[in-house]
Design a protein around this ligand. Structure first.
Ligand SMILES: *Cc1c(COP(=O)(O)O)cnc(C)c1O
Length: 394
């Protein structure tokens, strides 16, 4: 059992995340368990259809993780050895790892300081003869500069695969991010906006690409087990090209689809929490709030403030410790990928190469943000951070 420190015990303890699992979710999973079909089948197909309609695209292809979604999209678009893909070091490692897994080279560029998203100017300057694609990451659910990035890709004949692991509800302008670029990858990992425990999906308007990804996610088989189970008599399949094993199970999809049905309510609740945070921290000189969107829709997966170390004389980690002492669990996003040992070595990077990403990584504190938070819990977070910030103001 973990011991609460005396000061934490006296306060409301707020975990960084609590999965939102309802009785309806549990009933949906139990129904799948009792159905006699556990792996890829009708529930995966229904989940794909729901997400495709939501994003306003022709196709959605379900896989077993967001990482696999990125890998499959890159590979199915023909990106591999000899190719470079432009992306940023300010992300979860999966976005760079996926480029490496398909055999291509990640070409890292720095981010915009306000959002942590790829800087389109930096991306433009990084284009070289081997560049094949741009892989923007919609950090925290804030859309990347898609107008600039789309025209950049058009001008230079580059593909675009977006990492929308945080951005299931994100609209850039009037368009869902799942309808932009060649393919968009989503994650349904346990702490994402909706979860299937583990899972991911790729949206695209390219039907041929979708068909190829459906084959490749299951060893390259021309028909899957559900299709074969539905046929009468001996069923044949061939393998036109080798694939991987990354299909989503109906068991996972039953949780994901059930969660998907609450997507609007969950987003509204997170928006309300964000509104309270923004109002509470707007006038605090030591706290830089995340920017809001002038148009489009923010998915608010993360609420990350930037702590003013210089003016407060205290570092971010010390602030996180003070919050923990008051029972508030926080997180930090992200450890810059170019500074992880193996990527620093493989890509030849060192501290100082991407100063904006590094500064954000040093100053960011992500606060709890999930639909199950009570008003009291939101107040506890606000009170704790506000009192620390006021106490450190010199
Ligand atoms: C979670 C995440 C992923 C990977 O998703 P998984 O489903 O865990 O494989 C990729 N990119 C970003 C930015 C993420 O946060």
């Amino acid at each position: 059992m973990t011991q609460l420190s005396p000061s934490a015990a006296a306060h409301t303890a707020v975990p960084f995340h609590r999965p939102d699992v309802t009785d309806q979710d549990i009933a949906a999973v139990v129904k799948c368990l009792r159905s006699g079909w556990l792996t890829t089948g009708p529930i995966v197909a229904a989940f794909e259809k729901a997400v495709a309609a939501y994003a306003g695209v022709a196709e959605a292809v379900a896989v077993d993780s967001g990482t696999a979604a990125l890998e499959l999209a890159l590979h199915a678009l023909g990106i591999g050895p000899g190719d470079e893909v432009i992306t940023t070091p300010y992300s979860f490692v999966a976005s760079v790892e996926a480029i490496r897994t398909v055999g291509a080279k990640p070409r890292l560029v720095d981010v915009e300081s306000s959002t942590g998203n790829i800087d389109p100017q930096a991306a433009r300057q990084a284009i070289g003869p081997a560049t094949r694609a741009v892989l923007p990451v919609h950090i925290g659910g804030h859309p990347c500069a898609m107008v600039e990035l789309t025209s950049l890709c058009k001008e230079h004949d580059l593909l675009m695969v977006s990492d929308a692991a945080h951005a299931l509800e994100t609209h850039s302008g009037t368009q869902h991010v799942g309808a932009q670029g060649n393919a968009t990858a989503f994650s349904f990992y346990a702490n994402k906006n909706i979860t299937s425990a583990e899972g991911g999906m790729i949206t695209t308007d390219d039907r041929e690409l979708a068909q190829r990804m459906r084959r490749l996610r299951l060893h390259g088989l021309s028909t899957d087990a559900w299709q074969r189970a539905g046929s009468i008599g001996p069923a044949q399949y061939d393998i036109p090209e080798p694939g991987i094993k990354a299909n989503m199970s109906d068991l996972s999809a039953s949780l994901g689809l059930s969660q998907f049905e609450r997507i609007e309510a969950s987003l509204r609740r997170r928006h309300n929490i964000v509104r309270r945070y923004q109002a509470a921290f707007a006038d605090q000189p030591l706290i830089q709030c995340p920017p809001e969107l002038a148009e489009g829709q923010h998915a608010w997966h993360l609420y990350s403030i930037l702590w003013n170390e210089k003016r407060s004389g205290i570092q971010r980690n010390a602030v996180r410790q003070l919050l923990a002492d008051r029972g508030i669990s926080t997180s930090m996003h992200f450890h810059p990928i170019h500074l992880f040992k193996c990527y620093a070595r493989a890509l030849g990077h060192e501290m100082g190469d991407f100063p904006v990403a590094e500064e954000r990584a040093r100053r960011a504190i992500s606060l709890p943000l999930y639909p199950g938070m009570s008003e009291e819990e939101v107040s506890a977070v606000i009170d704790a951070l506000s009192s620390i910030a006021k106490g450190k103001l010199q």
